[in-house]
Design a protein around this ligand. Structure first.
Ligand code: EPU
Length: 426
């Protein structure tokens, strides 16, 4: 496996283009199952998760061409409504085919995703919602077997109240409801921008989805058994943008993020400003710079519009360099502090108390060989490497490649001393 080697360099300076949002592209690719016509997605990032989703759609019988930033999907000759373990285990978001498959074809067999590095991540809320819509659900040897009413019939609109806001759960049920008979009301929904983006696409496809972006979503199912194909350009990735914002602030740099949306990142931006960064919209772009010393700031992750769990690890690196003590709490996933022992190896002072990290700023971090087993933790280690004295090697780049398009090229263009070392990871 490849590694990324970073040597302490100058403050990041220049322009970086933010790619399309991974977590919007994945459900939208799955939404193509609701239609047989050829659909076209634009501004799709070149990431391993996109390749995995394309492989899954092909397995299901679709014809998919990935020429990022464009992906085209059309119906193949046959449909096999089955998502095997081999593909689902590579990417939990594969569960997003469950809703579309059962709504469109009356049945689906989808592997349970199993545990994951950041937490147990059950899908009980997805299943509960489908059951309310008339689905029969059985769990058999690691698979979810879902069948529409009366042996594979059309789903029925229903009222579903989620026990907690779930992003992919909300998306799965929105897609299922768009082909169900009658009206569905989803309550306590996730309000993430990616949910809104999926709703925009479903509406382009002829569905009637209202309220996405709030906690109550209404869907009126289409009368026909399928939706229309679509052509859509995906919104910029707010987590990639947030990661470059933190990197710019950590290095005391001055970076223009091209094609980034401040309105999707308000909680993070407010914390970064409190920490001493200057952040301003400049047309379609966002400028981030820091000249003042870093101040400590507390943060607690929460569903959108709260502070994103996907930015917690990166923000913690910033706080490792602040003058004083900050408290960072993780409330979404039970095991999302995997970066902490690695940061310790780089000289950080962080005490863990359950779901809370107490971070004591240090004057500097020191380079080391580090690795992480999830995407955002890996990104945090890259940022730590940018500011650490000497050389840092981030191993298992595999995780980074799932979610950051050409990270070493983008950081290199901003002046970072960074390279990919092929096959370096033992
Ligand atoms: N949960 C349940 N039951 C369910 C579903 C979720 O208990 O049926 C719990 C989860 O265990 C977690 C909480 O609800 O404690 C929220 O999880 P959610 O379902 O919202 O997460 P997700 O949909 O699996 C998406 C993103 C993640 C991001 C989370 C939280 C995609 C493809 N993934 O996951 O992104 O961290 O929302 O914002 O959209 C990443 O990109 O690195 C990533 C992990």
């Amino acid at each position: 496996m490849d590694a990324i080697r970073i040597r302490c360099g100058p403050p990041l300076c220049g322009r970086v283009r933010i790619s399309g949002a991974k977590n919007a592209a994945l459900p939208i690719l799955c939404a193509t199952l609701l239609s047989d016509g050829p659909s076209r997605l634009r501004n799709v990032p070149a990431l391993r998760d996109i390749e995995t989703t394309a492989a899954l759609l092909r397995f299901l019988g679709r014809t998919v061409t990935v020429e990022t930033p464009e992906v085209n999907v059309a119906a193949g000759s046959d449909v096999r409504p089955e998502a095997p373990y081999e593909l689902v285990k590579q990417m939990r978001a594969s569960v997003l085919v469950l809703g579309p498959l059962v709504a469109r074809f009356g049945r689906a067999k989808v592997s349970l995703p199993g545990g994951c590095a950041i937490g147990t991540r059950p899908i009980d809320q997805h299943l509960k919602g489908l059951e309310a819509m008339g689905c029969t659900i059985q769990l058999d040897r690691g698979y979810v077997l879902a069948e529409g009413p009366a042996g594979g019939g059309r789903l029925r609109g229903a009222e579903v109240c989620f026990d907690l806001p779930t992003v992919t759960g909300t998306e799965n049920l929105m897609m299922a409801a768009s082909l169900a008979k009658g009206r569905t009301t989803l309550v306590n929904c996730a309000r993430e921008p990616e949910v809104e983006e999926l709703a925009r696409v479903l509406n382009k496809m002829g569905a009637e989805v209202n309220g996405a972006g709030t906690d109550v979503i209404h869907v009126v199912g289409a009368e026909r058994g399928e939706l229309a194909p679509f052509d859509h350009a995906i919104i910029p990735d707010r987590i990639e943008a947030g990661t470059y914002m933190v990197a710019a602030a950590a290095t005391g740099g001055d970076v223009l993020l091209e094609s980034a949306r401040l309105e999707d990142l308000e909680a993070l931006v407010s914390k970064l400003r409190q920490a001493g960064a200057e952040i301003a919209a400049e047309g379609e772009n966002v400028r981030v710079r820091r000249t003042a010393p870093l101040r400590p700031v507390n943060a607690t992750t929460a569903p959108h519009p709260g502070f994103p769990t996907d930015m917690q690890a990166q923000f913690m690196v910033l706080m490792c360099l602040a003058q004083g003590e900050s408290v960072i709490s993780e409330t979404i996933f039970e095991n999302r502090f995997m970066h902490v022992p690695e940061l310790h190896r780089m000289g950080a002072r962080i005490a863990l108390r359950g779901h809370t990290a107490i971070v004591h700023g240090v004057p500097r971090l020191r380079g080391a060989s580090v690795m992480a087993t999830d995407l955002r933790a890996s990104a945090s280690l890259v940022i730590a490497g940018l500011v650490a004295e000497g050389e840092t090697e981030v191993r298992r780049v595999y995780h980074l490649d799932r979610g950051y398009e050409r990270i070493e090229a983008k950081l290199g263009a901003l002046g970072a001393n960074i390279e990919r070392v092929k096959g370096a990871d033992a």
